[in-house]
Write a protein that binds this ligand. Structure first.
Ligand code: SF4
Ligand code: SF4
Length: 428
């Protein structure tokens, strides 16, 4: 297949968006990929130019294009800075889809797609990992993290990895937990990291919304949001998961769809309508309706009038707060801070660059681990400089990355979800 006849349907869908770029370079300012690679193809302007040249047939969907398009964390910082609102994150997703259509999915993304589409396989795998963990991992002495005893494909053995929960959050509670009459009905979209790893986030969310008298519904048939597939261009898997999640969420008459994971919230609120809806107009109205109901847990707790002095009192802590990209780009920055500073015993010390990406970027962390940790370096140093003993955030993915970075520095700083701090009193 020559360059002119390559698979560019996915890119044609964003052709109008590409034309909005005036090449001003404002997107360079906070681009974590540019900070790591210092080359034009890493930044939004370069990616837009690459996409335009692919569409013209000037360059092919080849190894070099694949490498250039892989250098993006889909953080959305460029979209925030762009005067013309060029959706570079969506353009990169379209380019990755075009690359996957022409070249096939990578072995890693084939495996990711198979796993995230199969909740039973995930549950069984997580259970096996929780039992067999000691064979593969060793506890790191000075911290509570785990480190692989030997390198495994794609993840090596230098990372600090959180342990897997013995029992997933979704298996711990009934589907409907009734609240008080007249109080909001909330569907909880749990997300894989909370379900299998950080189950304490789910418990804290449940405790807080029950404290407010809400009915909490935890659909048993909810699935992975699909973002790990989206970042590899596997839009077929994302569509399938979006359809299944729509069915699971629509089954309940709820006032809100609540997420405690910034990435899942970003999927439901932004990427489902913008990316899946663009390709599947027959789903667009339903995706938009769910997006409009989707709220972050901290945002909703504040909206419903949570008084942190009733729920969060505990030992005195100096904390700092990291803004997850998928909350910051939805303007959810004030609410977690206001709730945390109203919590007795909590002193918030702002770190420098709290709004900068932590370097995870989904599968970016798998393909470019060295660069991912290089981006994280500034974040780790800022946390250390804040003098905080706890770093709070609103995304389990960021929690994993922040923990890894801090432990690489030999730090004992605890990484906690905002909800865990807000629910300290309720959970004791
Ligand atoms: S800020 Fe927007 S318009 Fe300017 S170069 Fe970047 S993508 Fe193009
Ligand atoms: S989404 Fe983030 S990493 Fe990707 S080009 Fe934009 S700012 Fe850079």
């Amino acid at each position: 297949m020559d360059k002119k006849t390559q698979h560019t349907e996915a890119l044609k869908r964003v052709e109008q968006e590409l034309k909005k770029c005036v090449k001003c370079g404002a997107c360079r300012a906070n681009c974590p990929a540019f900070s790591a690679f210092q080359r034009e193809p890493a930044v939004a302007r370069g990616k837009v130019a690459l996409a335009q040249h692919i569409l013209k047939g000037d360059i092919g969907l080849d190894d070099q294009t694949y490498l250039n398009m892989s250098k993006c964390l889909l953080c959305g910082s460029c979209v925030e800075k762009c005067p013309n609102e060029v959706p570079t994150d969506e353009i990169v997703i379209a380019a990755r889809e075009a690359l996957a259509e022409q070249r096939g999915l990578t072995t890693f993304h084939q495996a990711v797609g198979r796993v995230i589409k199969n909740r039973r396989m995930m549950t069984f795998g997580a259970f096996a990992a929780s039992i067999l963990g000691p064979l593969f991992f060793r506890k790191v002495p000075q911290t509570s993290g785990l480190r692989l005893r030997f390198p495994l494909p794609f993840i090596g053995n230098t990372r600090h990895i959180p342990g897997i929960a013995r029992k997933p959050f979704l298996d711990r509670h009934p589907e409907v937990i009734p609240g008080e009459p007249g109080k909001p009905r909330i569907v909880f979209f749990v997300g894989c990291m909370t379900n299998f790893v950080y189950t304490e986030i789910g418990e804290a969310a449940l405790a807080l919304f029950r404290h407010l008298g809400c009915t909490v519904i935890i659909p048993k048939d909810q699935q992975c949001c699909g973002l790990p597939g989206m970042s590899g261009g596997d839009l077929q898997t994302v569509r399938e998961l979006a359809e299944r999640n729509l069915a699971a969420l629509e089954r309940h008459q709820a006032d809100y769809v609540m997420t405690a994971c910034a990435t899942c919230g970003g999927a439901l609120h932004k990427f489902y309508p913008a990316v899946v809806g663009r390709r599947n107009p027959e789903l667009a109205a339903r995706l938009k309706a769910i997006a409009e109901k989707t709220v972050d847990a901290a945002q909703l707790l504040q909206q419903l009038g949570l008084h942190p002095e009733e729920t969060g009192a505990g030992e005195a802590l100096r904390i700092t707060y990291h803004d997850p990209c998928h909350l910051r780009t939805r303007a959810i920055t004030r609410q977690p801070r206001e709730l945390l500073t109203a919590t007795p015993g909590v002193e918030l010390a702002e770190m420098e660059g709290a709004d900068r990406c932590c370097g995870l970027g989904g599968t970016f962390n798998v393909y470019h681990y060295g660069s991912s940790m290089a981006i994280n370096e500034a974040k780790s140093r800022a946390i250390m400089a804040s003098g905080a003993s706890v770093v709070a955030t609103g995304c389990p993915g960021c929690m994993m990355q922040l923990s890894d970075g801090l432990k690489q520095h030999g730090q004992k700083t605890r990484v906690m979800h905002t909800l865990e701090l807000l629910a300290r009193n309720l959970r004791r």
